[in-house]
Design a binder for this molecule. Sequence first.
Ligand SMILES: [Zn+2]
Ligand SMILES: [Zn+2]
Length: 234
Amino acid sequence: MKGIIDLHTHALASGHAYSTVKENIEYAKINGLKYYGLSDHGINMPGGPHLFYFQNLKVIPREVNGVRVLKGMEANIIDYDGSIDVDIEKGLDYLIASLHTVCLDPGTKEENTRATLNAMDHELVKIIGHPDDGRYPLDYEAIVKKAKEKNILLEVNNSSLNSDSFRPNARENYKKLLSLCKEYKVRIILGSDAHICYQVGIFDNAQKLLEELDFPNELVINYHEDEIIEFFQL
Ligand SMILES: [Zn+2]
Ligand SMILES: [Zn+2]
């Protein structure tokens, strides 16, 4: 099936990404997306955007060349209580909450899990980014159950599944996570985690894995426009 939404993409402002917002949207169109989300790193990321960058997202049009544009942020989880580095939400359509080693040292499984579960209580967090990172062991059963309770999407991150990814054991971790998602009927979202325009909307690694695991298409929100509209209130 064809994924029509990609909400995990980075532009120049992230500090270690290489395309403009305009280029990303162009490639969203070229790669067949109907919905494009800009999710630059939160302000605690070294080299990342200043708070003003997020406060001014209103200048980006809601629609460009038939592509609906959503404005988000990949917020950093910054402590084991699950605090994130955002104190403005006005104008943001969604947050991805993620663990990054430059913003929080990996803790014990209990600490990492607590951080992630608490981040899910933030009202604008709609997605947990790359929950596959072997450097942050997580209690997947607890994460999946909370995602169900709070109606939050767990990401399958295409970049984590690249052979040169710096997040170890992503494949093995996704096998565990996805089998629980299947069991508890928890939805996932495919995210490219693009750091250059050409990757926007590319989910090849993730889709290959889902196919191998016989993961049900009905739990992949990227394939269902009606669910996308409802979930993001578009
Ligand atoms: Zn990045
Ligand atoms: Zn990330």
